[in-house]
Structures are given as C-alpha cells and as structure tokens.
Design a protein around this ligand. Structure first.
Ligand SMILES: C[SH](C)CC(=O)O
Length: 266
C-alpha cells in the first residue's frame, strides 16, 4: 500500500517539554512556518520527554522530540537534529548567568563566583550523565566539584568565605540546568553560603529574578531561546554573560528514522 507518512507513524505529535520553555515557542513557530497544519506539540516536562524517548528508542519506534544540547540523551541514544532550513531554532547559543538588581552590593562574593562561573558542554554532560545513571543531584555535583578543583579555583579566585549568608538560586527542571544549578550551589556552599534551590517554570524563574524573590539563575538561554523573557524583564536583572557556550535547540529524532529535515514532516 501507500508509504506510511512520518506524521501517521507518530500520530502527528511532537513530544515537547514544559510550556514556558523557549524551545516550545520555537516549535510552535516551526509548525506554522513549515506548514505542519495537522501536527500537535505535546506539552509535558523534560523528564516526560526523555521517558517517551527511551520507551520509543528501546522498541526502535519513531518519535520526534524537542531536544537540546548539552543533554545526556546524546550520550545514551544515537540521535540526530532535523535540519531547520528556515532557521526557526536559531544558531549556536549560550546559557547565561543572571542575577537580581542589587545582588552585587548584597553578596559581593557570591556575585564574583557567579560572574566567574564558566564551563563546557562536556563538563555539564559529565554531571548530567551521573544523575541520569542514578546518582543524587547533590552527590553528582559534589563529585564533579571534587574532581575539578582547578576549574573551581578559577571560579573562586579572589573570593572570600562568608558565614551562612542566605541566597536563592532559581532554575527550571531541565536536565542541563539541574546539573549546573547543583554544581554552582555546591561551590557557593563550600565558601559558606546557605543556598536554597527553587525549581520553577521558565517564566516564573525570570519573574523571580526580576522581582528579587530569587537572587540568581544559571539557566538563561540567550540570545534567542529566552529572548521574550529578556525583553519582558529588561532593566530588572543583571546579565553576567555566558556560563556555557555552544548550545543548540531543535527537533531531535533517533538516527534509525529516515527523515533528516523538518520540511519532510509536511
Ligand atoms: C529546553 S532548553 C534547556 C531552554 C528553553 O527551551 O527554554
């Protein structure tokens, strides 16, 4: 009979993550710009997306997910990004550190650590894989910090110890940000801060920094992925620049699927 279309194979569903993520807005735009009228973007979470991916992958079934780099899924599964000839998902980006206004005056030492925080996709992936393989988030962070003393020394250069000052780090439950937030929390705890981690949706994370209810976040995907939030809260936060460079977002499929471009979904 007629060749089954990709749409029919995956019930015209793209498995997304939490609704506030920039990748979800980008995917809505992709559905429109590539004319994928019958397609639906399924909202959920990072964890639900990876569970669906694992279930399909183990049975070599077709699946299309919203994916990003760095992420442990590329270490665990043989995956590929679908080409995006219209450039809806943007180019290589960075993850920035942002802090509330006034943070530098209130907590100069934590500010300096956050300003000096910089690592690579491989560093982040090492922590993500330990967590994915069952290690508790704090344990994986502590292990990485212990094994990378030279990098930590760069982040804490010129920083003085404090005695229990409280700071709140806001993040979103993406595997990448669970890793980075736990690592920087451990470093701040080791210099004496009492660090609270607050897990929020992306919009609430940005709003928390802007209204000062959260002190800092290492989960700002810029310049395009979180462009809406950056514009919405302009002036109400300080951008300390990239803590990781070379990120990518897009539609990701197992390599056993024949399609290679978003255009083939139409
Ligand atoms: C899902 S990526 C970690 C960031 C985003 O899309 O907002």
């Amino acid at each position: 009979g007629a060749k089954v279309s990709v749409g029919e194979m995956v019930d015209y569903k793209i498995i997304g993550i939490d609704p506030g993520a920039g990748i979800m807005k980008a995917t809505e735009k992709a559905i429109e710009e590539y004319g994928l009228n019958d397609w639906k973007l399924v909202e959920g979470s990072g964890a639900a997306m990876t569970a669906a991916l694992k279930k399909a992958y183990d049975k070599e079934e077709p699946i299309i997910v919203t994916g990003w780099t760095p992420h442990w899924k590329f270490a665990k599964f043989d995956l590929k990004y679908l080409d995006d000839p219209k450039g809806v998902y943007g180019d290589e980006e960075s993850i920035h550190t942002i802090v509330r206004n006034g943070f530098k005056e209130d907590h100069p030492n934590a500010y300096k650590v956050l300003d000096q925080f910089y690592w690579t996709a491989d560093d982040m992936s090492a922590v993500m894989v330990m967590i994915e393989e069952g290690m508790k988030e704090e344990e994986a962070a502590a292990k990485w910090v212990e094994e990378n003393a030279d990098t930590i020394a760069e982040w804490t250069a010129g920083v003085e110890k404090v005695n229990g000052d409280k700071i709140t780090l806001a993040y979103v439950a993406w595997a990448s940000e669970i890793a980075s937030t736990n690592v920087i929390a451990k470093v701040l705890q080791d210099i004496g801060y009492n660090v609270k981690l607050t897990q929020l949706e992306a919009g609430a994370m940005w709003a928390g920094i802007a209204d000062g209810s959260a002190d800092a976040s290492v989960a700002a995907w810029l310049p395009v992925t979180h462009a809406d939030y950056f514009a919405e809260f302009q002036g109400k936060f300080e951008d300390l620049g990239p803590n990781l460079e070379g990120t990518k977002i897009g539609l990701v499929v197992p390599s056993y699927m024949e399609i290679n471009s978003i255009e083939e979904l139409k």
